[in-house]
Every structure is written in structure tokens, then in C-alpha cells.
Design a protein around this ligand. Structure first.
Ligand SMILES: NC(=O)c1ccc[n+]([C@@H]2O[C@H](COP(=O)([O-])OP(=O)(O)OC[C@H]3O[C@@H](n4cnc5c(N)ncnc54)[C@H](O)[C@@H]3O)[C@@H](O)[C@H]2O)c1
Length: 261
């Protein structure tokens, strides 16, 4: 059975990109601490595998999985409706699905730019907008948007990723102020990770080899290593729980010190 005593006992979280990486890591941590989770992903098989793992570990009814393309409004509406029915509400929205592609300014096609903006930004807009009725009915609520340290600090390449993650940063604050103005106890915050050990880093591993690729990235981080999914999941847990009840419109930088330099 889901724990009745965990830090997010009774919370019902909808998580995008839950099939692997940070989304799956957050789902595991939230379920360990008593939440129910609904995983939405393009990769239905992967999301179902994570859901089965969580149901085996924490009891049937802990997790459900849906196929969801976060760029599609009708798919959002259907997945949220089903998740609301399955979990008995939605009180946490984790907008985590994201992609990175395209070259530098002169090598990034307009299509790649638009694809990245659509997956990384349209998703947060659509998710927050369409989940709001459910969050309103299940207060206190929390929206957690995974931006990146690349949303706060620019790079010489990846213009689409930089621009999209900066948009997520300010959109999170817009949502926070909207909810406050509406007198809703629904908070909205963003998380800004640096390099984390997930499949999103595979292109770098392929280019330099696993060990050297990760070491190369780790040397850019003052703490001397790339992060783990658990490093991010613990921040998600805090923001999903009522422990962060007075935090809204804020950004949590989980960057091993990069932005302090
Ligand atoms: N890992 C890092 O180094 C890092 C650093 C900073 C920020 N982030 C951000 O964290 C988030 C998660 O990244 P990750 O490292 O776990 O990546 P990942 O590639 O391992 O996982 C992303 C998941 O999102 C899903 N997805 C992609 N497009 C989708 C769509 N249109 N609709 C639904 N699902 C879709 C994928 O199927 C996959 O399961 C992303 O927003 C990413 O930008 C990651």
C-alpha cells in the first residue's frame, strides 16, 4: 500500500517524461514517500515499466501510465482526466519532459528550434493551464517545472535549449503570481539542474566515451561531479510536499555550484 505517513502521503502527482531519467527518479522518490503518481510519456512502454515497478514496490494503485505527447492539447486533456479519475485527484504537476537538439546559432534549423520550444515550453503552458481545475479542487497544490541551469546561464551553442529553459523559468513565476492572485493555494516553482546522469547525456558519452564524457562534464562543476537523478528527486520531493508551503515563484538551482562562479 502507498505509505500513509510519508512526506507526501496523500499527494497525487502527474509527471511528464516519467519513462526514464529525472521523471522516473522523481516518481520513485515521491512514491517512496507516500504519493500516488501518474506518468505521462511519449514512451508508453517505458512509463508502464516504471509504473509496474512502483506498484510492485508500494502496492497496486500507486502508479498509472499514459501515452502523452506534451505538445498536444487534446492529449493533455485526456491524460489529466484519466489520471484524475485513477488517483482520485491531482495535487502535484511535475512538468519534466524536455528535449535538447539543434546546433549552434548558424546550424540550428528553424524546425529544430520550434521542436525544442514546443516540447520544453508549450508543455509547461498546456500542463499548468489544463491541470489548474484539478489543482484548484485538490489544494494545497504544487506545480514544479524542470528548467535547467541553461535557463539562467547562456552557452555558445544550443540556442533553442537556452531560450526554452529561460522561458520555463519566467513562465513558472507567471503561474505562481496567477495562482496567488486567484487566492489559490497552488504554488509554482522551477528547478535548474546542471548535468545529471540520465540518457539525455548519451550524445556526450558517445562522443567522448562514458568515463571521459562524464569526467569532462564533472570538471565544469565546482563539486567535481555530475548529478544523480536522486539529487533532483529530493528537490522535487521538497517542492511537492507541504514543507515548501511558503515557496512560490522561486528557482532552485541544483548545479553543484556552477552559478556561484
Ligand atoms: N539530465 C540533465 O543533464 C538535465 C540537466 C538540466 C535539465 N534537464 C531537464 O530535465 C528534464 C528531464 O531530462 P532527462 O535528463 O530525464 O531526459 P531524458 O531524455 O532521459 O528523458 C526525457 C523523457 O521525456 C520524454 N519526452 C520527450 N519528448 C516528449 C514529449 N513530446 N511528450 C512526452 N514525453 C516526452 C522522453 O520519452 C523521456 O522519457 C528535461 O526537461 C531536461 O531538459 C536535464
Amino acid at each position: 500500500m502507498t505509505s500513509a505517513t510519508g512526506r507526501v502521503a496523500g499527494k497525487k502527482a502527474f509527471i511528464t517524461g516519467g519513462a526514464q531519467g529525472l521523471g522516473a527518479g522523481a516518481a520513485r522518490r515521491l512514491a517512496e514517500e507516500g504519493a500516488k503518481v501518474a506518468l505521462g510519456d511519449l514512451n508508453l512502454e517505458g512509463a508502464q515499466a516504471v509504473a509496474e515497478e512502483l506498484n510492485a514496490a508500494h502496492g497496486r494503485g500507486t502508479a498509472v501510465a499514459y501515452r502523452l505527447d506534451v505538445t498536444q492539447e487534446d492529449q493533455w486533456a485526456a491524460a489529466l482526466e484519466q489520471a484524475n479519475a485513477a488517483m482520485g485527484g491531482i495535487s502535484v504537476l511535475l512538468n519534466n519532459a524536455g528535449i535538447s537538439k539543434g546546433g549552434d546559432l548558424e546550424h540550428c534549423s528553424l524546425q529544430d528550434f520550434r521542436d525544442v520550444m514546443s516540447v520544453n515550453v508549450d508543455s509547461v503552458f498546456l500542463g499548468a493551464k489544463l491541470a489548474m481545475p484539478y489543482l484548484r479542487d485538490n489544494q494545497p497544490g504544487s506545480i514544479i517545472n524542470i528548467s535547467s541551469i541553461a535557463g539562467l546561464i547562456a552557452n555558445h551553442n544550443g540556442p533553442a535549449y537556452n531560450a526554452s529553459k529561460a522561458a520555463v523559468w519566467l513562465l513558472s513565476k507567471n503561474i505562481a503570481l496567477y495562482c496567488a492572485k486567484q487566492k489559490l493555494d497552488v504554488r509554482s516553482n522551477s528547478i535548474h539542474p546542471t548535468f545529471i546522469d540520465t540518457p539525455i547525456l548519451d550524445p556526450i558519452r558517445q562522443r567522448f566515451g562514458k568515463e571521459e564524457g562524464e569526467a569532462k562534464l564533472g570538471r565544469q562543476v565546482p563539486l567535481g561531479r555530475i548529478g544523480t537523478p536522486r539529487d533532483i528527486a529530493d528537490a522535487v520531493l521538497y517542492l511537492a510536499s507541504d514543507e515548501s508551503r511558503f515557496m512560490t515563484g522561486a528557482e532552485l538551482k541544483l548545479d553543484g555550484g556552477i552559478s556561484a562562479m
